[in-house]
Design a protein around this ligand. Sequence first.
Ligand code: GLN
Length: 242
Amino acid sequence: MKLNICHLYPDLLDLYGDRGNILVLAARCRWRGIEPIIQKASLGDDLDFMGMDILFLGGGSDREQALLVQDLMRREKELRSAIENGLVVLAICGGYQMLGRYYQMASGEKIQGLGIIDIWTIAGAKRLIGNVVVEIDERTLVGFENHLGKTYLGEGVMPLGKVLFGHGNNGDDREEGVRYRNVFGTYLHGPLLPKNPHFADLLLELAILRRGADTRLKELDDRLEELAHEVMVKRLLKQVRN
Ligand code: GLN
């Protein structure tokens, strides 16, 4: 079996080693005999969203978001159809913000978003920086956030998880990220997937399920990754309790 994984705008959206997420997806495929086909695509490139299994968008600065918005907007219809069809999308920080209605920069100027999910982002007065622990489906995600934007979810829009440590979407409502169909938006860099192998497998399972194939993934030896994950969770949550 082959999985088509697209890293969109790797030259513009790749903060704090976001590319590591692609490496993890590819490695976890290979270790199970699944062949990952990695496509890197940027401004002006031809894309077939419907033919993709996983689309990855990393984080970037306001400047980079403004640079790619036009290119992204011309792909809106096709991307929207693929998302409605179950395309698995992982979007981090700047990429996450671009899925929403707009990002209002500190200058007051708005960068238009795809509007695929009813969320919007407004630059706050101070950066939300640091390690994060999020609870999702009785498990935890660990990561690192650094954003000025405060993201708000429209009515009925589901967050990805609950913030146990850190700021999350806006530092006010204890919510982190967004989940819409098979789209996962989050502020967690780090990169996210090496620190959270169970989350990487969720993305792979959803992508395989969309293909109509058997989704049971072969177990991998994640003891080291899980240990690293647990160390971070314990270290951070201890600070909450103290
Ligand atoms: N420009 C956005 C912000 O600061 C995104 C930053 C990022 O992707 N780390 O909110």
